[in-house]
Design a protein around this ligand. Structure first.
Ligand code: UD1
Ligand code: UDP
Length: 367
């Protein structure tokens, strides 16, 4: 029996790894061990509930206003104990979080092979996104097998000297996750209160945007909403206290800006499927919104998802007040630009990435 350990700790990792947990648990020649670090607490719990996944171990590392030191130290030592005890044949980590980096490092120190799901994304600027670009490059430097979501990601890995037989192009499991969450007949409280208005959704949480960049983006957004009485903006605010303070200060008290707690993946994906437009600095939303036909304004200076820009579904606005104001105004006012973005194709897969990852993993042991 081939023993696969999977580890994740934050909301996006959980959304993208749960479809793989289900897929691997359905394979008779595979035993799974699911560890969560609890880097996120409430947001992780919500995803596990939506996908019906019960972890085998929980490191429970989260503290309010945690630093990168806190997360790295706790995950590294916690995963060391778990991996020594469980002795998996391989550890699967996802993407670019500190949970994934510290877990991959623990496995590497113990001589346990690492499989990287969502390998090969790059901005080549280790300060943007921070610390994710460092994390993903570091994870790829110590991984043994690479599950690249796109040909672009595979190309980056090949240019960095990874062996072609170790790289599998699978699509992104974010698209798999939508099959669990998006429902044609969904109706929800927030949708019922729209009264024919255009629904714009926003999210923002990146570490490098905390402070002044986030404040100036929020000022731009408030100005544009003020100028468009037919727009309602829903912003599920990340629980990071630094994000909440800025959101309350600049976006609070507006009749058409609704600041809510984070929505669980079921409610968020269904709301997004019905949105006119999304503004975000999120990675996962840059993948899922295009597959739902919803244009995305990227509130960042860089993106590791160039396929979405090339396909015309993502518009990178930067983080200046004028850049965000101009991009948001353009998409609300120019029907042709909007229609072209809403028509563009989803480059992130067909929803069968988890199956391809499981096939590739298990073929390795059967050969
Ligand atoms: C983390 C990841 C980032 C990912 C993001 C997804 C790192 C360094 N960052 O950033 O790559 O894009 O998750 O959302 O790995 N908090 C809660 N409850 C929760 C979750 C967070 O209260 O369920 C609060 C805590 O005060 C915590 C803070 O948010 O200290 C920040 O969480 P943290 O995981 O350090 O950073 P994120 O910005 O969420
Ligand atoms: N998401 C969610 N509820 C929210 C906001 C986002 O379920 O209130 C989902 C979103 O659809 C995507 C994932 O969370 O699937 C992205 O997570 P996040 O933006 O926190 O992280 P990133 O992708 O930037 O690492």
């Amino acid at each position: 029996m081939y023993k696969v350990a999977l580890v994740f700790g934050t909301r996006p990792e959980a959304i993208k790894m749960c479809p793989l947990v289900h897929e691997l648990r359905s394979r008779p020649d595979c035993e799974t061990f699911v560890a969560v670090t609890g880097q996120h607490r409430e947001m992780l719990g919500e995803v596990l509930a939506v996908f019906g996944v019960t972890p085998d171990a929980d490191l429970d590392v989260m503290t309010p206003r945690q630093t990168l030191f806190d997360i790295t130290e706790r995950v590294l030592s916690g995963m060391r104990e778990l991996l020594i005890r469980e002795k998996p044949d391989i550890l699967l980590v996802h993407g670019d979080t500190t949970t994934s980096f510290a877990s991959a490092l623990a496995a590497y120190y113990l001589g346990i092979p690492v499989g990287h799901v969502e390998a090969g994304l790059r901005t080549y600027d280790i300060r943007s996104p921070y610390p994710e670009e460092f994390n993903r490059q570091a994870i790829d430097s110590l991984s043994d097998v690479f599950f690249a979501p796109t040909e672009t990601a595979r190309g980056a890995l090949l240019r960095e000297g990874k062996r072609p037989e170790k790289i599998f192009v699978t699509g992104n499991t974010e698209i798999d996750a939508l099959k669990y969450t998006v429902r044609a007949g969904y109706t929800g409280g927030l949708l019922e209160n729209l009264n024919g208005q255009r629904l714009v959704i926003m999210t923002a949480h990146r570490r490098e945007n905390l402070g002044e960049p986030m404040r100036r983006m929020f000022r731009a957004v408030r100005r544009v909403v003020d100028e468009h009485p037919d727009v309602t903006l829903v912003y599920p605010v990340h629980p990071n206290p630094a994000v909440r303070e800025a959101a309350d200060e600049i976006l609070g008290g507006h009749s058409r800006i609704l600041l809510t707690d984070p929505l669980d993946a079921y409610r968020f994906h269904n709301l997004m499927a019905r949105a006119y437009l999304v503004l975000t600095d999120s990675g996962g939303i840059q993948e899922s919104a295009p597959s739902l036909g919803v244009p995305v304004i990227v509130l960042r200076d860089t993106t590791e998802r160039p396929e979405g820009v090339a396909a015309g579904t993502l518009l990178v606005a930067g983080t200046s007040e004028q850049g965000v104001y101009d991009a948001f105004t353009l998409l609300l006012g120019d029907a042709e630009v909007y229609a072209a973005m809403a028509r563009a194709e989803n480059p992130y897969g067909d929803g069968f990435a988890a199956r391809r990852i499981a096939d590739a993993l298990l073929a390795r042991i059967n050969n």
